[in-house]
Design a protein around this ligand. Structure first.
Ligand code: PLP
Length: 362
């Protein structure tokens, strides 16, 4: 979509001969800040780096130190958690609600200890995870609130603010499959905190604020000019694309009538940008096979919960039943702003024709 305009933007960068840290980045950062509603945006190489840089900056600023605990949902994509442990901070997993698939704010307080210094909420599947209760808990316990906004560009809180502006800082991913996707990897940090923005920018540039002078032991994590130019084009159409996603979601919600399919609780439209369309089904694997036989491809987000991953052996024996249920029952139906009404109708018919015997009958 928007192919010609994107190619023109790419061509202009190639003709300019300037590929990093130039005008496209500066303009994209301005435009994204004004879209999200924060004072600052700092572009970086990908969404994982955005989150890593936020935590690292808080350590450099003296607000966090290795060993501090960070509360994070137990059913998130692994990158949220990697960014925390990468910095020597301790991720503390908190279960989601089965009805919303987002962190259960009523049990966050139970996991707070003297070492708890931050909460990282994840607007998973494009759904708003922020609640007044999360805000209040962070205020009362003096915790930093960081948002993982990798799946929710354009989403709004119930009072109309954009996700990415609701906490102290937010990490964004522009992986091609995200709602706002680049032609390759990209990411950004948004915040109102100048000190944090400056620190993240330096850390992402070898630790340097002044050429050849190194204040931190930094890394190289930058958004290139071609992708900044591409993102500037795509940002203009993001709200429109998200509206199309909402229209598709609406068709699914009103069309799917199979009692074996459980859809998450509906949020007001502005608070869901439908990165994906997840449903739960107790016979998930049979459902996936049934759809496959109807020529419909689906994906599971995600088949193995973080606490069962080999990279975190210390958690493998822990039990997170809500997460485990989501990971064993979730299926993401075909979805996106480019899907046609005919395709959606075909998926609805196939989903509605599924029975728990569909598999056995064959
Ligand atoms: C995609 C994603 C990330 C990581 O972003 P990358 O750009 O792929 O590194 C982090 N958190 C969540 C929830 C994601 O979906």
């Amino acid at each position: 979509m928007h192919r010609d305009e994107i190619l023109e933007a790419v061509d202009a960068v190639v003709r300019s001969g300037w590929y990093l840290q130039g005008e496209q980045n500066a303009r994209f950062e301005e435009e994204y800040s004004s879209f999200i509603g924060t004072k600052y945006t700092v572009g970086c190489a990908n969404g994982l780096d955005a989150l890593i840089l936020i935590w690292r900056a808080y350590i450099e600023m003296g607000l966090l130190k290795p060993g501090d605990e960070v509360i994070v949902p137990s059913n998130t994509y692994i990158a949220t958690i990697l960014a925390i442990s990468e910095n020597g901070l301790k991720p503390v997993l908190v279960e989601p609600r089965i009805g919303t698939l987002e962190i259960n704010d009523s049990i966050i307080a139970d996991s707070i200890t003297e070492r708890t210094k931050a909460v990282c909420i994840v607007h998973l599947y494009g759904r708003l995870a922020y609640t007044e209760s999360v805000e209040r808990i962070c205020r009362e316990h003096n915790l930093l609130l960081v948002e993982d906004n990798a799946q929710a560009h354009g989403c709004r809180s119930l009072d109309g603010r954009r996700t990415g502006s609701l906490g102290n800082a937010a990490g964004h991913s522009f992986y091609p499959g995200k709602n706002l996707g680049a032609l390759g990897d990209g990411g950004a940090v948004t915040t109102d905190d100048k000190e944090l923005a400056d620190c993240v920018r330096a850390l992402a540039n070898y630790g340097s604020q002044k050429k050849y002078v190194f204040r931190y032991r930094g890394r190289n994590s930058r958004l290139d000019e071609i992708n900044a130019a591409v993102l500037r084009v795509k940002l203009k159409y993001l709200d429109e694309d998200n509206d199309r996603r909402r229209a598709v979601a609406s068709q699914y919600v009103s069309g799917i009538s199979n009692p074996l399919i459980i859809m998450p609780e509906r949020l007001p439209d502005p608070s869901n940008v439908y990165h994906l369309f997840p449903v739960l089904c107790p016979y998930r694997d049979a459902l996936q096979l049934h759809l496959k036989e109807e020529g419909i491809g689906t994906v599971i987000h995600y088949p193995i919960p973080p606490h069962r991953q080999e990279c975190y052996p210390e958690w493998n024996k822990l039990s997170f039943p809500v997460s485990e249920r989501i990971h064993s029952q979730e299926l993401s139906l075909p979805f996106g702003p480019a899907i046609t009404d005919n395709e959606v109708a075909r998926v609805i018919a196939a989903v509605n024709s599924f029975t728990e015997l569909s598999e056995a009958k064959k």
